[in-house]
Ligand binder design. Structure first.
Ligand code: GLU
Length: 477
């Protein structure tokens, strides 16, 4: 048997963290079993669905690298098929037209409540012999009246629901459009879905769907209902917690590898291991190891993982994602071999001190454009009048260098320190502020080497005139 899983989002918003995790679990299970992963867009609710949401889902899936083997299949393209199955159920006496008006249904409910019964449709249209074709009606599924539905959920275990608790579900509305639980069933059947992996907010739908599948003589897929994700306050994760679309994580500077690793651990575990490459996830994943209890979102851990991947993935791979942020920040380094080499050299240096690509990009901008102003605090502290001599002496030494590399640069710095009898702090920090504009950075030897001689000298000039300016102001006071 080939395993066929699906991810079936409703395009009523962006692909959020919970959806992405469900998609990942379904995708992993298909990969692990060498099965198939289907992407199905459940867009029958035309009021709430939008083209933009479809795009956001597709973008999110593709950014995460969760490719599908089939799809995207749109439910709105399948109305003829739904109609056909509804007709089949009617013909076989497994569904019926129901003519109760909304008012009548409301009254029925009120009477049941007054008697202390559970409000439900009483099935009184089940056996009508005359069908007034022109009267508005819905179509209901004849739910079995006795016995119970059994779900052996791969995560939650054995669940049994008595059919007396279920009423006759509407499968087509008055306007003839099929309803949600019905389209899911027809799709899962037609697409040969063997494993339904979805959020446990759907668990109440499952018995209804199983009953319809039975009526269609369809095989019953296995079900795995994934517990929800909580925010750090223990409440269901929502926008209030800053839970946003997957693409927002890209915008905020996360690597897809980090988000995937984060998501897989959100409700699934393998011993106490935290780091999983995609191949390792595929290899080790199992539905049975998904937790039964909700898991809580933890931004600190996501940041930790992101930094881990920034530090450990090949720089060329990180660069692909970093370039996107650089372009966002006005620096286009793509298709430029020299700049690309500089970026790849900067990644390991800066990954040590940043948690997101967005931070990293903003910290290396100085390398590709002249910064407008020195960081005020850093300049005040380190571009003092007394630093002028150190920087101008260093500049002369730099100018004389024939080979411009880390070693020769460090040598020039050391010589200047000896010559002026000053410590590293008195020259390193002014140099840092002069070159990067800020008071924090990796080693200056490598940064100057990457920046190049000409640009380094120009920035020293800029710092020296800043100091000169300061001197004039001090004299005027
Ligand atoms: N369309 C449903 C949702 O977005 C999922 C249905 C399913 O997985 O069966 O919540």
């Amino acid at each position: 048997m080939t395993v066929i899983t699906r991810f079936a989002p409703s395009p009523t918003g962006y692909l959020h963290v919970g959806g992405a995790r469900t998609a990942l679990f379904s995708w992993l299970y298909a990969k692990k079993t060498k099965g198939e992963f289907v992407l199905r867009i459940e867009d029958t609710d035309r009021e709430r669905s939008s083209e933009a949401s479809v795009q956001a889902i597709l973008d999110g899936m593709s950014w995460l690298g969760l490719d599908h083997d089939r799809g995207p299949i749109f439910q709105t393209d399948r109305f003829d098929r739904y109609e056909q199955v509804i007709q089949q159920l009617l013909d076989e006496g497994k569904a019926y037209r129901c003519y109760h008006s909304q008012q009548e249904l409301d009254d029925m409910r009120e009477q049941q409540k007054a008697k202390g019964d559970n409000p439900r449709y009483d099935g009184s249209c089940r056996n009508l012999s005359a069908y007034p074709e022109d009267k508005p009606h819905v179509i209901r599924f004849k739910n079995p009246l006795d016995a119970s539905v059994v779900i052996d959920d791969l995560i939650r275990g054995h669940i049994e629901i008595s059919n007396t608790e279920l009423d006759d579900l509407i499968i087509a509305r008055t306007d003839g459009t099929p309803t949600y639980n019905f389209t899911v069933v027809v799709d899962d059947l037609d697409m040969g879905i063997t494993h339904v992996i979805r959020g446990d907010d759907h668990i109440n739908n499952t018995p209804k769907q199983i009953n319809i599948l039975h009526a269609l003589n369809a095989p019953i897929p296995k079900y795995a209902h994934v517990p929800m994700i909580l925010g750090d306050d223990g409440k269901r994760l929502s926008k209030r917690h800053g839970a946003v679309g997957v693409m927002q994580y890209r915008d905020d500077g996360y690597l897809p590898q980090a988000l995937l690793n984060y998501l897989v651990r959100l409700g699934w575990s393998n011993g106490d291991r935290e780091i999983f490459s995609m191949d390792e996830m595929i290899d080790l994943f199992s539905l049975e190891a998904i937790n039964k209890t909700p898991s809580a979102f933890n931004t600190k851990k996501l940041n930790w993982l992101n930094q881990h991947y920034m530090k450990t993935l090949p720089a060329s791979e990180v660069a692909v994602h970093l370039n996107w942020h650089l372009v966002e920040q006005g620096i286009n380094a793509t298709n430029n071999a020299k700049k690309s080499a500089v970026i790849e050299a900067l990644i390991p240096l800066y990954a040590e001190r940043t948690e997101t690509l967005k931070q990293l990009a903003s910290q290396i901008r100085f390398m590709f454009e002249d910064f407008k102003e020195f960081d005020v605090k850093a300049a005040k502290k380190h571009l003092k009048i007394t630093a002028g001599e150190a920087l101008s002496t260093l500049k002369v030494s730099f100018e004389s260098l024939v080979d411009w590399n880390e070693a020769s640069i460090q040598n020039a710095i050391d010589e200047t320190m000896t010559k002026l009898d000053i410590g590293m702090g008195k020259i390193g920090m002014p140099l840092r502020v002069a070159i990067t504009g800020s008071g924090q950075s990796p080693g200056m030897d490598i940064l100057c080497a990457l920046l190049g001689k000409e640009a380094t000298l120009a920035r020293l000039d800029k710092a020296l005139s800043f100091i000169e300016q300061r001197k004039l102001q001090a004299e005027q006071r």
